[in-house]
Design a protein around this ligand. Sequence first.
Ligand code: MOS
Length: 738
Amino acid sequence: MTATSHLGKPTSRVDGRAKVTGTAKYAAEYNVPGLAHGVVVSATVAKGRIKRIHTADAFAVDGVLDVFTHRHRPRFASSDESYQDEIAPPGSPFRPLYDDQILFSGQPVALVVAEEFEIARFAASLVRVDYERQAHITDFQARRGSAAVSKQHEVPPPRGNPTAAFAQAAVRVEAEYRMPVEHHNPMEPFAATAVWEDDGGITVFDKTQGPQNCRNYVAGVFGMPRDKVRVLSPYVGGAFGSGLRPQYELPLAVLAARALKRAVRVTLSRQQMFTLGYRAANVQALALGADSGGRLASFRHDFVGMTSQFEDFQRNVVNWSSMLYRCANSALGQSLVKLDHNTPCDMRAPGGAEGAYAIECAMDELAYAAKLDPLALRLINYSDRDQIADRPYSSNALRECYRQGAEKFGWSRRNPQPRSMRDGNELIGWGMATGIWEAMQMKASARAVLTANGSVEIASATADIGPGTYTMMTQIAAEMLGVPLENVTARLGDSSLPDAPVEGGSFTTSSVGSAIHAACRAVQEELLGLARKMAGSPLAGAALDDVVFAEGRIWRRDDESRAVSVADAMREGKAERIEKTATAEPKEDGKYAHCTHSAVFVEVKIDEQLGVIRVTRVVSAVAAGRILNPTTAGSQILGAVVGGIGMALHEETAADHRFGRFMTHNLADYHVPVNADVHAIDVIFVEERDDEINPLGVKGVGEIGIVGTAAAVANAVYHATGKRVRDLPITLDKLMRE
Ligand code: MOS
C-alpha cells in the first residue's frame, strides 16, 4: 500500500449526514406515482391445509384492488431450484402463496392490495380462512430426543480417545447449556416497494443484505430474465442476518406489481417479522477433562438445534472447541430436531455465538474445578495452531487480546472466590471469555472511475447494512488514488452494479474492499502509464511500487520532488476518465487458518435481594487484522457487545405450543437491551499485521464482538452470586430460584 492518509484513521460515516437528516431512503420510503399498498394475512395455525379462504368481504371494501391467495395469483415457478437463493440451506424453500399447505404459524396466506395502506390493513382483517388442522410439533425442548444429523454441517471425526481420556482425567466438568429462540429486531421493518416498468421489467427497493441474491431469486420465481429485474437496497436499517435470504415481502410485492401493472409496496409489521427466520433454540452438552494443572485432556461438545420441516439450517457451532484449545482428545456432534416452525436463519455470528457461549462457560466451570484463574486456564491451553486442520493462523494476536484486555479491565485485582466482591447492596462479579470467528473472504467485483477533474466513483452491488461500508469503500479509493474523501462517491446496494455477495459474515471489507483495491490499482497502473509517457517525465521507468499517489499527484517514493500531477497526466494523455472493473478472490491454498479473535472481560453488579443484573463494564479486546476505520469498526464491536448482553440477559422468543406460535412478537415482550441496560464498553483493537490474508491485510469485524460476550456475562454472574445458570437468558427469576 501507499503511504496512509485515510486508512486506519478514525473517520465518520460518509453517509452520516444523509442518515440523520432523513435523505437516506429505506425500502418503504420510495413514494412512486400510483403506489398501491399490500398487507399480508398471516396463518393462525402451525400445520394443516387451507380448506377455504373467504375474500369477498375484503374485496368489497372501497379502494381494494385485489386479494391474492394460492387460488388467485399469477403463475410462478414450481421447482425447488427456482426458489433457492445464494445461501439457501438444503431442502425445499418456502414458497409464499404457492399452495394450500400450512408449514408454520404466521405463514402468509393472502395479500390484500389497496389504494391506501389503511384500507389494505382493514380489508386484510376481513379475510377469513377455514383450515384443516393437523397436529403440530413446535416445542424444541420436548422433542430434542428426536434429533438427527443434518446434511448441511459435518463435524470433524473424533481426535484421539476422548472417552478414555475423560474417564482418567483428574478434573472433570460435565454440563448442559441451553439457549432459546431469538429473533433479529432491526429498527427497520421488512418492506419492499416494487415498481412495474412499462417494458415488463421490475425495479424493487427491498430491505435486504443482498440485492443480487434478491434479483436472482425474483428472476427465478417469476421466470424473468435477470436483466429485467433490478433490486436496490442503498440503505438498510439493520438486519443482523435476517436480510441475507429473500424474505416473503419481496415476492409478494413483485407478484402484485406484475399482476396490477403498477407500483406496490408491502411492509411487514413488527409482529410479522417474528414469522421470519430466527436463531434456533439449542442445547449443548459439554464434557471437559483436564489434569490437575488444568491442561485439557478431553473435550466433548454435542449440539442439538432445531430447524423447519422443509429445510435443514445450521451453522458450525461445535468445531470451535476443537480448533481453539490445545487438546489431544476431542469429539464433536451436531444434530437437529425438525419442527413446525419457519426455517431458522443466520443471526449475528451464527454458530459462533452459540458455540462460544457453551464452550466458554464450560471453560469457566473447569477453571473453578481446577482451582485456576479463568484467564490462566485459557493461557495454559493456548494453541497457536488451528487444532482441527493442524495448520497455523495467518495471524493470531489472541495472547495480546488477553493481555491488553485484562490490563485495561484490572483483572489482576479479581478475588477468585465467588460472592466475595460487593458494592453496597450489589454483588460484583467479574467474568471473561474468548471469542473466535472465521475471517472469510468471498469473490467480489468493484468498479472505479476517475474523472479528469479529480472526482472518483466506486461501485459494487453489495449492501451497507450499517457497518460503514460506504465509508470503507471511500477511504480505500481516496487512499489509493490520492484524493480527499470528499472527491469520492461510493455507490452500492444495487443489483445492477458489479457482482458482489450478500453483506454478511463480517466479510464485506475483505471481499469488496479487496475488489476496490484491485480496481483502484488498475486505475493507478493506467495513470502511471500516462505519467510515464509525458514529455521529459520525472517518472520515466518507474514501476507501480516505486511511486506514491497522494494529494492529486504521483511521486517517486525515493524522491518526492520527482512528481507529476494526475490532472496533467490525464490532460496530456487525453484521458477524460479512467474506468476499471476488477474482481478479487480469496487465496485458497489452505495453508493457513484465517480467524479473528477476542478476549471479553465483563463486570456485573447484581442486587442481592432482587437479583437485578446490570452489566456495568465490558472490555472487548479484538484482533482482526488491519482496522481500516477505528470509528466504524469500533461501533461494530459496541453494537455486537450490546447484542451479547441481550443474548445473555434479555432475548427470548417464547412460544405458546398449544397454538405452535411465537407469542412475544413485539418489543414490549421481546426484550432487547435499551440504553439503561448498557454502561461502559471499552473496545480495544489489538495490532495484528497480516500480510498473507489479502493485500489490505484486513479480516473484517462485526460478529467477533458478540462471540464470547454472553459467556463472559454468564461467568460474571456466577462469580458474583455463586449460582450457575446454564439457561439463557439469565433472568432474575432463574437467579432467585433455589
Ligand atoms: Mo450476518 S448473521 O452474516 O448478517
